[in-house]
Design a protein around this ligand. Sequence first.
Ligand code: HEC
Length: 170
Amino acid sequence: MSNDQEPKLMDHHYDGIKEYDNPLPNWWLMTFFGTIIFSFVYFVHYTVGGGHTQPQELADEMLKLPKSLGKVWSESQLKVLFEEKNINVAGAAVYSQKCASCHKADGKGLIGPNLTDNIWIHGSGSRLEVVNLVSKGVLEKGMPAWEVLLSEEELIQVSGYVYFMRGLSQ
Ligand code: HEC
């Protein structure tokens, strides 16, 4: 065995404890220098490079969502829309495609609650409450937020259709 493969002892010792002069493994050094280079790039990217932080990325994504998102309606505006939007035909079409799987074709409820009785879990079933509920959904209960899945027109049509269902079974 050649001499330079023998581990060398360092000069110092303490209470009889001695230290070998072992080089650090290459993978360790690469990782170490890698983190320094990464931190430099990271720092430059987010300070002078204009890199987007998470809140900024969220804001960017929100801007791409459909315009109806967060739209504020009024009861009187909806009263007009519900009368003119061809609710019985157009609303029924959206309903049977998107809602019937959970609320049943006749609205009497399956996974989602009965929409034809007078008992409402959320609010009293005013036009505004229906539109807001259908828009935002009840995500933790499995009712989707339809404002991102439907166009504004479909949202109004199906909300109107559901609004007029209320009380039909009593
Ligand atoms: C994947 C199943 C599912 C689909 C599809 C679905 N819903 Fe729901 N919906 C639910 C559930 C579950 C609830 C009950 C939420 C709760 O208990 O808070 C609910 C609640 C509601 C309510 C409130 C009822 C109340 O008593 O307050 C309305 C209104 C409603 N849905 C309308 C719709 C409309 C309109 C569509 C189609 C555009 C639709 N839902 C599609 C599952 C669904």
